[in-house]
Ligand binder design. Structure first.
Ligand code: SF4
Ligand code: SF4
Length: 126
């Protein structure tokens, strides 16, 4: 089955969500229904870029959503000290002593231990 075209579909989905929330707000009979859509409407109004980054670009600029994070090692900065590999609970870091290490993002569980352990600022999170 073909992957859905999220990048093409997302603006339409965001608009549909916005219209649905506005409809619920205007047509609900009780106070709960009239106010429940407010968080959706206000976050869409003020943080639309965040929605686009998460839904279309699959990125969390604030570094909060673990599932969207990617960890990388800069081979120039890496000294091959092995501290990150020893700390990684998923066995996702490969490399030998004094050689640049590499992260297997298929295995990575996004725990962040490697960033904490690296004393050479070689690990980054995007
Ligand atoms: S974030 Fe955690 S699981 Fe992923 S490579 Fe770093 S230490 Fe390993
Ligand atoms: S802790 Fe930093 S310097 Fe040491 S191997 Fe890992 S990335 Fe390289």
């Amino acid at each position: 089955m073909k992957e859905p075209e999220y990048s093409a579909m997302s603006p339409a989905v965001a608009k549909a969500v916005e219209e649905l929330a506005a409809f619920i707000k205007e047509n609900s009979l009780c106070g709960l229904g009239q106010t429940a859509p407010n968080p959706v409407l206000s976050t869409l109004r003020y943080f639309r870029d965040e929605y686009v980054e998460h839904i279309v670009n699959k990125r969390c600029p604030a570094g909060v959503c673990r599932a969207l994070l990617t960890y990388q090692i800069d081979p120039v900065k890496c000294r091959g000290c092995t501290a990150c590999a020893r700390a990684c609970p998923a066995g996702a870091i490969m490399g030998s002593v004094k050689n640049p290490h590499k992260i297997d993002n298929e295995k990575c569980i996004k725990c962040g231990s490697c960033i904490e352990k690296c004393r050479f600022d070689a690990v980054s999170r995007t």
